[in-house]
Write a new protein. Structure first.
Length: 237
């Protein structure tokens, strides 16, 4: 069994109309209601974090399931602090565990548990990061992956951010806005293109949730082949 680290990373566009305390209360309540290994039911709920002198407030929770950790952050809500339209200004929710963890079912996390968290967090994007596969695929420099680094040079493109999809993951969620900005078409067309091609493609919120590979023993070669096969279907570079 692989011992790769798994990170479930969810992104949300921050809303200054909702205070950190309000947002935190909503998320904690929602995550306490769900069942499964991503639930925080029975945990000591941390109070809403404060930014202090920083522009971000952080919190973390060790979940009842052994080896599973939750880390979250919120952005400063001051009116004079202007958010840019880039993923580095996202609020994030991250779960971390090893794929070899016998206290959880990796396949079930992807097929069921993660979807509920996406809904609670009101994410616009989510991805399942399997080990360092995504970083290896993107490359260290332009000699490794000239296409990726050429995109990075274009300041109008937020690579793998709010207006671009370059890297595909074992599972991911894209909301309608991200689909239209990055693909040029909506979630229903994504579903039409991938139906019967991958293990799961289904509507979630106003977007689409996609599982391309839920094998806990996925190899890096399989990961690259997955990208090479699916990206042309979606019209991605």
């Amino acid at each position: 069994m692989s011992s790769e680290n798994i990170r479930l990373r969810l992104h949300a566009r921050p809303d200054k109309g909702q205070t950190i305390a309000e947002r935190h209360s909503m998320i904690m309540e929602g995550l306490s209601r769900i069942q499964g290994v991503l639930s925080i039911a029975g945990c000591e709920i941390p109070p809403a974090p404060e930014c202090g002198d920083e522009l971000m407030a952080l919190y973390s929770i060790r979940l009842p399931t052994k080896g599973v950790r939750l880390i979250g952050d919120y952005l400063y809500r001051g009116e004079r602090y202007l958010y840019e339209d880039r993923a580095c200004y996202d609020e994030n929710l991250r779960y971390e565990f090893k794929v070899s963890n016998k206290s959880l079912d990796y396949c079930n996390v992807l097929n069921s548990d993660l979807i509920r968290v996406i809904e609670i967090f009101s994410a616009y994007k989510a991805e399942v990061l399997y080990g360092d596969y995504a970083f290896s695929y993107q490359g260290r420099d332009a000699t490794d992956n000239p296409i990726y680094f050429k995109l990075k040079e274009d300041k109008s493109i937020d690579v793998d951010g709010r207006n671009n999809i370059f890297t595909l993951h074992p599972a991911q969620f894209w909301d309608a806005e991200l689909c239209h900005r990055a693909l040029g078409y909506g979630p229903q067309e994504v579903i039409a293109k991938l139906k019967g091609v991958c293990p799961l493609v289904t509507p979630v919120l106003d977007g689409v949730y996609i599982i391309l590979n839920d094998d806990p023993k996925m190899t890096y070669d399989t990961y690259v082949e997955m990208n090479n096969t699916i990206k042309p279907i979606l019209g991605l570079i």
